[in-house]
Design a protein around this ligand. Structure first.
Ligand SMILES: [Ca+2]
Ligand SMILES: [Ca+2]
Ligand SMILES: [Ca+2]
Length: 493
């Protein structure tokens, strides 16, 4: 994770005579003769401070350089500083001690100011916005049906969305968010794209896409090998350029993560011809070769999704196994990183598992699985089945069932927070008869768990993505059955 100071509005007020400390000194005191670009000294009512007028990449550095014991950064945040104060601030009540405090000004997800005391985030100031209703903001006509969306940000460019599109003729589109919604930015040649993932190595942005090649012939043999392609964001050309091609097998998902400052990618190889019990691979970035190399092979059964997450010092990776060639009732596996590789931590019975989503509420850790369908003895599938939320039992050191939710061939769960409210939206893709059905938005209601609050009609829903931009929150869905995607604005009050 990299720390990037991005807010154009923050004025950090320091008491007279106090020099910038800790995190700020990292970026400000590299060359004390001059301030880094975008930072100006400011004086107001007897106090001197620093004004950040524009973000600058030279102010980024890995947060792990400074905070080895702080594992609790939210996924998105705007700024973390440490302050030395000798008197209490009227707005933010705290006293100076010799302990290291991290402050998080979060303008993206839970607007507010948070204090990390080394073990947890304490809310100091928070915008108490609540979800009112959902507005259709944009109907995006796409060149073909879409299997997956990846929404990400490129510094200095903005919010982008890469759509994994079915048609080999038109390839896949990367859109840029503008005042009038998503506009086509770059078209990338793909064939039967299944999934995109954005990731960073240091300050550089990358995208990886999985292509489903020719599939299999009647004997079940692969016609032409599938491949996944990694693209690098070229700051000069302001577009994605080819970096590396990897041989994959109907890869349904790519996951990116870093452990001990090394970058890894996990691919979910779904099948080779008709064979679903194959290996999925973990790749590691080789800094010298500037390429990914195979690091570990893990046996999977019709793998559909990888989800990486951390709990305290532990690095965990869970695979959604969908099908073993006979049944969809197979074990999905949670792995834990030990020494230099993943070992089995726990197995969980799933039914054509297509997605895992990890989220935290308070100090509680949850995993929710999207179960696609169960095969009956007749060979027909049952699509209205339970998808299950599991909670990590910290004492038993295992995930235990927390709540069952009926879903309809679920293919994706998306968790997000607005103010102090937490939500899950499920992509229901097929009722057993129709692809036109509601995706459902659930709100966290404590003891009751997640309760349905909004019903969103979709057609062949394949993915939901949440994103924020300039203080507004949005949801986007893609369709695997119609050439359209939709962006919704979350109206708050
Ligand atoms: Ca996605
Ligand atoms: Ca997932
Ligand atoms: Ca999603």
């Amino acid at each position: 994770m990299s720390l990037l100071i991005v807010s154009p509005f923050v004025v950090l007020v320091l008491c007279p005579g106090v020099v910038p400390l800790d995190l700020l000194s990292f970026v400000l005191e590299r060359d004390t003769s001059r301030l880094v670009p975008g930072v100006h000294l400011d004086q107001a009512e007897g106090v001197r401070g620093l004004r950040f007028s524009s973000p600058h990449l030279s102010m980024s550095f890995p947060s792990s350089d400074l905070l080895p014991d702080c594992h609790l950064f939210p996924q998105q945040f705007s700024m973390v500083v440490t302050l030395s104060v000798t008197r209490s601030n009227p707005q933010v009540k705290y006293k100076y001690t010799d302990r290291l405090f991290c402050f998080c000004f979060d303008f993206s997800m839970n607007k507010g100011l948070y204090l990390c005391d080394g073990s947890q985030w304490i809310t100091m100031l928070q915008d108490h916005q609540r979800l009112d209703y959902i507005l259709e903001q944009q109907v995006l006509t796409t060149s073909s049906e879409t299997n997956d969306i990846e929404v990400f940000q490129i510094a200095g460019v903005g919010v982008m969305a890469a759509l994994a599109q079915r048609s080999p003729a038109s390839g896949s589109a990367v859109y840029l968010w503008t005042r009038s919604g998503f506009q086509l930015y770059q078209n990338i040649s793909t064939h039967g794209a299944l999934a995109w993932r954005h990731f960073r190595i240091g300050k550089r942005s990358y995208l990886v896409v999985s292509n489903f090649g020719g599939g299999a012939d009647t004997s079940g043999a692969e016609v032409e090998p599938d491949s996944s392609v990694i693209y690098k964001w070229s700051r000069k050309r302001r577009r994605f350029v080819h970096l590396q091609t990897l041989h994959t097998h109907c890869a349904r998902d790519w996951e990116a993560f870093s452990i001990n400052q090394h970058t890894y990618l996990a691919v979910a190889n779904h099948r080779t011809g008709n064979n679903h019990t194959i290996d999925s691979l973990i790749y590691k970035w080789n800094r010298l070769a500037k390429a990914f190399e195979v690091h570990q092979r893990l046996p999977t059964s019709g793998a559909y999704d990888w989800e990486f997450f951390t709990v305290g010092p532990y690095n965990l990776l869970v695979v959604a196994n969908a099908f073993d060639g006979v049944t969809t009732s197979v074990d999905s596996v949670i792995y834990v990183w030990v020494n230099d590789g993943f070992q089995v931590f726990q197995t969980i019975k799933t039914y054509c598992a297509t997605d895992w989503e990890m989220f935290q509420i308070g100090g509680r850790v949850f995993l929710v699985v999207a179960n696609g369908h169960r095969l009956a003895d007749s060979g027909h599938g049952r699509y209205a089945i339970n998808s299950t939320i599991y909670e990590l039992d910290m004492h038993a050191r295992m995930f235990v069932r927390f709540q069952d939710i009926t879903t309809y061939s679920a293919v994706d769960w998306e968790f997000f927070s607005l103010g102090e409210e937490h939500f899950l939206v499920v992509a229901n893709s097929f009722s057993g008869e129709s692809y036109s059905l509601n995706s459902i938005l659930y709100r966290w209601q404590g003891y009751e768990g997640f309760v349905p609050v909004h019903f969103l009609p979709t057609i062949g829903c394949s993915d939901w993505e949440f994103f924020t931009w300039k203080g507004e929150s949005y949801l986007m869905y893609s369709s695997a059955k119609a050439p359209l995607s939709k962006v919704f604005k979350l109206k708050t009050y």
